[in-house]
Design a protein around this ligand. Structure first.
Ligand code: DGL
Length: 362
């Protein structure tokens, strides 16, 4: 009896295995996909006409080594011209990209630098995915000698493509540095090295050989965020009022009368107000408007009152109790970021303790 010849079947299986391995290796060698969303700003503000998303995407020689880049034009305006409604749409769009396009490793957003830290923090709180959103911009426009926009954009793409950038929330990349959207602020009106996280320091750097992270932030963001942008149709009005010598309370009253649902006070030091601002804040409390205390000092934490209860040695008047009922400690958020957090908190709750919890967790 002759045994059947299995050699052709074996050769076929071997060939198939080789094809599968080759496919696998090829797929592994393909750079990840990064999606780029352009909103405008100095990075695109060329004399004689703004650069489009497509032109910006083509401005980076060698980008294919790091990522397969796709792009879209969301807007093409200065950062301070973006409306709060556009913020909601931008966040929804990025959440949608992450939900539908599983092969996208990260999203890069270009923005003007003036209010970049605000847009970035809003995305940090409302994009609920472990993959990174990387916000980039430039200080020099494309018609200026030394334009650094294409270099910043390429660095943003490299960070967005890097698996180490996952679970870090929204990142801000300019000038070879990676900062958390939570902590970064524009510290100089014109210099290239303007985006700083002050005492917290940068999260990492983008070097010639690789992206390197040194730090991690611990506060809630991405998947750990409770802010569902699909449930938010409008952000309530919240105004920021500055404390300065002899400041009057009528500006606070005007904000309340104009429909503010919250006021962020950029206090002197750790909570001092000035002039007649106390009367304005009393008025806000009477009208049920929440007041968040922050500092104008640039850094430093405003702590909630100890045990969040009343001091037994102080007899609380009704007015004091009312003020307390609407008072929130801004923790370490700078005034403009406290405003964003309060707008999001107020879109979910009017419970004072809940709002304070939110300030302590994000
Ligand atoms: N300074 C730029 C910004 O933050 C504005 C320049 C422009 O018109 O794009 O958006």
């Amino acid at each position: 009896m002759t045994r059947p010849d299995r050699r052709p079947t074996r050769s076929l299986a071997l060939a198939l295995l080789c094809v599968l391995i080759a496919d696998f290796v090829e797929a592994r060698m393909q750079p990840p996909r990064v999606h780029f969303v352009a909103t405008g700003g100095t990075i695109s503000n060329r004399d004689g006409g703004r650069l489009t998303a497509e032109e910006l995407a083509k401005s980076m020689p060698g980008v294919d080594r790091y990522a397969k880049l796709t792009f879209e034009q969301f807007a093409n305006v200065a950062s301070s011209e973006l409306t709060l409604q556009q913020w909601i749409e931008l966040s929804r769009r990025i959440n949608e990209i992450f939900a539908r396009e599983k092969d996208v490793a990260g999203v890069v957003v270009t923005s003007g630098t003036d209010t970049l830290e605000e847009t970035a923090f809003f995305l940090h709180l409302t994009v609920r995915d472990p993959r990174p959103v990387v916000v980039v911009g430039s200080m020099r426009n494309p018609s200026t000698l030394g334009y650094e926009g294409a270099a910043n954009l390429l660095e943003g793409v490299r960070v967005a493509a890097d698996p180490a950038a996952r679970n870090k929330g929204t990142l801000v990349v300019l000038n070879d540095e990676i900062n958390s959207a939570r902590n970064v602020t524009k510290t100089d009106a014109v210099r290239l090295q303007t985006f700083r996280s002050r005492e917290y320091g940068q999260l990492g750097v983008v070097d010639r050989d690789r992206v390197v992270f040194f730090n991690q932030i611990t506060q809630r963001s991405n998947e750990r965020s409770e802010f569902d942008i699909n449930r938010i149709t409008e952000l309530p009005r919240v105004d920021v009022i500055m404390v300065y010598q002899g400041a009057t309370g009528d500006l606070i009253k005007a904000a309340v009368d104009s429909g503010a649902r919250g006021i962020v006070v950029a206090t002197a030091g750790a909570g001092a107000t000035s002039g007649t601002q106390g009367e304005g804040l009393q008025y806000a409390a009477q009208k049920g408007v929440f007041v968040v205390t922050t500092t104008r000092a640039g850094s430093g934490r405003i702590a909630p009152p100890r045990s969040d209860g009343a001091n037994p040695n102080v007899t609380m008047t009704e007015a004091m109790q009312r003020r307390r009922q609407f008072a929130i400690a801004g923790e370490d958020h700078i005034p403009v970021k406290a405003r964003i957090l309060l707008m999001l908190a107020l879109s979910m709750t009017r419970d004072r303790n809940e709002i304070q919890r939110i300030f302590s967790e994000y």
